[in-house]
Design a protein around this ligand. Structure first.
Ligand SMILES: [Zn+2]
Length: 207
């Protein structure tokens, strides 16, 4: 060993130095190039609320539901990710979809084009369609133990939490119990809570 080190010690030291230079510059590059995920606050405002929505929920109700939806992710991460700001370029719109070009079966959509790029400069607007209301009203009879208001609150919070997941950068997953599954709603509950799978999904993404 001593003999080996005498012979190769210098080479060994040089290689070690190069490895350290590589590790350090890699991390600096990563840090400068892309801000750490989930580190920037997403601002939003309440945008359009088409008439049909006004029959069931006024703007303050909607703001409360949106706020509950953002809190689901924030409480799981222990950080502030979303913030209401009336001057934000990002809006959350509740619309009636009568345009045949837009997807008929879409409950809601986030501007997917840029949801994976962070920095707050992109447009992450969320559109909730009237079909989500239709969905809620067709399932009401399945849950007689819930009031209409409770179901409305539950499903809208669910839909918005899903869309906020996309804003964070989360994609759809196959796990049927996940909020980020494209087609599944979990059984309604009076108190909404992210399950362990979704909390881990968030933490792994943001780490
Ligand atoms: Zn989705």
């Amino acid at each position: 060993m001593g003999k080996w080190f005498k012979k190769h010690g210098k080479t060994f030291r040089i290689i070690t130095i190069f490895i350290w230079i590589f590790i350090i510059s890699y991390h600096i590059g990563v840090y400068i190039g892309t801000p750490p995920r989930c580190s920037e606050t997403y601002t939003y405002k309440l945008g359009k609320v088409d008439t049909i929505w006004g029959f069931y929920l006024d703007k303050e109700d909607l703001k409360t539901i949106i706020n509950n939806a953002e809190s689901n992710w924030e409480n799981a991460l222990g950080e502030n990710i979303f913030e209401y700001n009336p001057d934000s370029p990002n809006s959350i719109d509740f619309v009636i979809n009568i345009d045949s070009d837009t997807p008929r079966r879409q409950l809601a959509i986030t501007n997917h084009a840029s949801y994976n790029n962070h920095g707050g400069k992109n447009n992450y607007s969320i559109t909730v369609y009237n079909i989500s209301l239709t969905y809620i009203f067709t399932t009401i009879s399945d849950y007689p133990e819930f009031t209409t208001e409770e179901l409305l609150n539950y499903y809208l919070e669910y839909i918005l939490t899903h869309e906020f997941g996309h804003v964070i950068g989360l994609d759809h997953v196959d796990n049927e119990d996940s909020l980020m599954n494209v087609s599944n709603f979990t059984e309604p509950r009076r108190i909404f809570e992210l399950n362990e799978f979704d909390v881990n999904l968030l933490k792994q993404f943001c780490d």
